[in-house]
Write a protein that binds this ligand. Structure first.
Ligand SMILES: Nc1ncnc2c1ncn2[C@@H]1O[C@H](COP(=O)(O)OP(=O)(O)OP(=O)(O)O)[C@@H](O)[C@H]1O
Length: 307
């Protein structure tokens, strides 16, 4: 019987010298999901993914992928997963599409190569050596190689880094199609919009651990504040407005006539603001709730400092 879990990482530790790149990381990925793994540079995302792929051995903890041990059961696991590495992983002199055809032959029921080549815009690169492809073409070939074997599970490490908008969209479309076919997709990315558009689950990794996990909507709702904003006459009495709001609400006028209220936004807050406006004879133009974006959540959780 197949379990509903595609990837189960428990207490994963991976050290390089004295430094723990991954430091007790737990992550469960459901079959058929698209999971985006986000995190600052050096957070341990690639190390975790490469451990799941069997390229690195854990120092502690366990990793199970499709119920198998990625190192001990590598021979059984490899034909069932697709891997797109951050740095190519392709012999530099290999001709692009020949390489893809060769890869396809290693699998029992590969996708048809020509349509895949066309849809990823690689039609003109047939005999071009890998090292002569542009960065974006190398990325797209890497994606094609990861999916051509019709895997049950694909790991995509920053698949759209450096891609033009058209290629990004083609990549997203391919990922959605994989999802519709029941493939489990694990994708690392620094593009918050990509995670919001594609993923049903987001895991935020920081300092070698998962520090938050949920749907994009759950993460954006979680925790604190949202913002209420409106336009009105400049110079309203902010202290008076603050006086009718719950403790801890912040009221600012970032530019003349634009007002921001940071507080947990609920119907009571809206009623208090509109009642205050009515009493003051102020029309709150464009009154709107601004939810936190995934990027706001990410920065709140991982900090704004460069590391
Ligand atoms: N082979 C290695 N030898 C020594 N240190 C390493 C090695 N591989 C990774 N590291 C270190 O482990 C930490 C985690 O790296 P990792 O590549 O997993 O981060 P990441 O979250 O994928 O970052 P990025 O977003 O920049 O790709 C970093 O500090 C990195 O320098």
């Amino acid at each position: 019987m197949q379990t509903q879990t595609a990837v189960e990482v428990t207490g994963l530790v991976k050290r390089y010298g004295a430094k723990a790149a991954v430091d007790g990381l737990d992550l469960t990925i459901a079959r058929g999901s698209i999971t985006a793994v986000l995190g600052p540079n050096g957070a341990g995302k690639t190390t975790t993914i490469e451990t799941c792929e069997g390229y690195r051995r854990p120092d502690a903890g366990t990793v199970r992928v499709l119920g198998l041990d990625p190192v001990a059961d590598a021979a059984r696991l490899r034909p069932r997963i697709g891997v797109m590495l951050q740095a190519g992983g392709v012999y530099a002199g290999a001709r692009a599409v020949e390489m893809l055809r060769h890869t396809a032959k290693l699998y029992a029921e590969p996708l048809e190569v020509d349509p895949l080549v066309e849809r990823l815009g690689l039609g003109s690169c047939g005999r071009t050596p890998y090292r002569r492809l542009s960065g974006g073409q190398q990325q797209r070939l890497g994606l094609a190689m990861a999916v051509v074997g019709r895997p049950e599970l694909v790991f995509l490490d920053e698949p759209t880094a450096g891609l033009d908008p058209q290629a990004r969209r083609a990549t997203w479309e391919l990922v959605r199609e994989l999802h519709r076919d029941g493939v489990t997709v694990v994708v690392t990315t620094h593009h918050m919009d990509e995670a919001e558009q594609l993923a049903d689950t987001v895991a935020i990794v920081d300092r070698g651990r998962v520090i938050a996990r949920g749907t994009p909507a759950e993460l954006c709702r979680s925790g604190a504040e949202s913002t209420l904003r409106f336009d009105g006459p400049p110079g309203l009495d902010l202290d008076s407005l603050r006086g009718v709001l719950p403790d801890g609400a912040s009221v600012t006028e970032p530019s003349p006539g634009t007002y921001r209220i940071e507080a947990p936004v609920d119907p009571g807050l809206l009623a208090a603001v509109t009642a205050w406006c009515a009493a003051a004879g102020v029309m709150p133009d464009g009154l709107a709730v601004q939810r936190r974006s995934l990027e706001d959540v990410f920065l709140d959780l991982t900090g704004r400092e460069l590391r």
